[in-house]
Ligand binder design. Structure first.
Ligand SMILES: [Mn+2]
Length: 465
């Protein structure tokens, strides 16, 4: 159950890393001061995170090894990659000049970048883990944009999109079919041209490429409507939009995409065959969008063959799984672990801690997905037997209200546990209510862990870990 135990080939590092990961899961917090319950432990954790022997490679491998294990029975895995940045500018006064942090997207604030690849079982919807993780700091003094553009692809930050697929392929069992999923930033010719064996890609289009028959966007828009879907779109609290119904037109077309001029590698094929998919809100539906909401318009490029409307909607549904990586980022930030509030003083230490936070946030994401009915995972991977017994008694108490407030999941599934945790986090569990978000699960887990300790004491079992 502990992703980081026995991973580092050094008994002391192993023991400390496992202990830190355990405490991180217990408290759902990253402040070492707060999560260590003794001064000795606090010092041990600081030393661990400062220790150069705890390498990036070993931490990444601890995560990906576990993912490969979970993926052993999967047929098709979506490898969803995305970048986020962590802003440490609020700590600038405290951090020394040698802190090792770089600048983030605004080229001024201190921080670092994280680019994880979340592996999801395409058939069951289980979050399997991470098939790759990349982190980097960007130097404050960078070459100008024109010089950067001329760099070989291998030296550009954008190469991460291609590298992540290569590493994911190597991390996952050979029997698994892999589909890489990326947003607009991943719209790179080489990504498609250099795909490893048994691998596909779905990328949101960014570039209006020149094709033999005309400009890509126009070519795709000229394809006939293959099907129409009426969907319920969720509202976005932050943008002040509410849920609404939209009518979507699907178009697709087989494309021959020539090598882009930016690609100078002669070893890369001169053209690739791809399929373009356009999902666009019908004029009528778009005309009725409420203020603040943008009409739906997605264009995807994929190596998956698209011959029917059903093929197109399957590819789109895989692309939509990208949302989970956004949830994961929310969990790592203010809606959960609040990694940006870490008191650590060296970027290298924060980066080490980030691997552990990824492991802990993944568990929360699993609970959320399971409770939303998007997965049927057994609960043994997240809760041990004693914890399960405690969940059972809590479930009896929480579910004793009206029928509309009882746990709808089968006992023993992760969804069932997710329901109990969300209820503990303050969610009412009413079927009419909004689904619980990340912050509710984090709060619920913190509450559960403290209740669990009390419950163990009441059972006469004082050997708490
Ligand atoms: Mn992105």
């Amino acid at each position: 159950m502990n992703t980081f135990s026995g991973s580092f080939g050094d008994a002391r590092i192993d023991q400390r890393a496992a202990s830190l990961f355990h405490d991180l899961r217990e408290t759902q917090a990253v402040s070492i001061r707060r999560i260590a319950d003794s001064r000795a432990k606090q010092i041990a954790y600081y030393r661990l995170l400062d220790n150069e022997a705890l390498t990036d490679d070993a931490l990444r491998t601890a995560l990906t090894t576990r993912t490969a294990h979970h993926a052993r029975d999967a047929a098709h895995v979506l490898c969803i990659q995305d970048t986020t940045q962590f802003n440490f500018q609020a700590h600038a006064g405290r951090l020394g000049a040698d802190s090792g942090f770089g600048v983030i997207g605004d080229n001024a604030s201190l921080g670092f970048f994280l680019h994880p690849t979340l592996a999801m079982d395409a058939d069951t919807g289980h979050a399997l883990g991470f098939s790759h993780v990349a982190m980097w700091t960007r130097p404050a003094q960078r070459a100008d944009a024109t010089t950067r553009k001329r760099l070989p692809l291998e030296d550009k930050e954008s190469f991460r999109w291609i590298e992540s697929i290569k590493h994911s392929r190597a991390a996952l069992p050979g029997s698994v079919r892999l589909t890489a999923v990326a947003d607009r930033e991943g719209d790179i010719y080489d990504l498609f041209a250099r795909l490893p064996p048994a691998s596909h890609a779905i990328v949101r289009m960014c570039r209006n490429r020149q094709l033999p028959e005309g400009k890509l966007f126009a070519v795709l828009a000229a394809a006939p409507v293959a099907g129409t879907a009426v969907v319920r779109l969720r509202g976005d609290l932050r943008r002040g939009t509410t849920a609404r119904t939209a009518e979507l037109h699907y178009r697709y077309r087989r494309l021959t995409v020539p090598r882009s001029s930016a690609c100078r590698d002669a070893a890369v094929p001169a053209e690739v065959t791809l399929w373009g998919i356009e999902v666009r809100e019908s004029a009528e539906s778009a005309g009725a969008t409420p203020a603040g909401a943008t009409p739906v318009h997605w264009r995807l490029l994929t190596t998956h063959q698209v011959e029917t409307y059903a093929d197109a909607s399957r590819v789109v549904s895989w692309y939509q799984q990208r949302w989970h990586v956004e949830q994961l980022f929310r969990l790592m930030k203010t809606d959960g672990f609040a990694l940006e509030s870490s008191e650590l003083e060296q970027s290298a230490s924060v980066l080490r801690l980030t691997y552990l936070v990824l492991g802990a946030a993944l568990e929360v994401l699993r609970l959320m997905l399971a409770e939303r009915g998007e997965s049927t995972e057994p609960l043994g991977q997240v809760f041990d037997e004693a914890e399960q017994a405690c969940l059972s008694s809590l479930n009896r108490r929480l579910g004793s209200g009206s029928a509309s407030q009882s746990n709808p999941h089968a006992e023993g599934t992760l969804g069932w546990a997710g329901w109990v945790i969300a209820r503990l986090g303050g969610w009412k569990g009413l079927r009419s209510e909004r689904r619980a978000g990340p912050v509710v699960y984090c709060r619920g887990l913190t509450r559960f862990r403290s209740l669990f300790h009390g419950w163990l004491l009441a059972q006469g079992d004082v050997c708490t870990p």
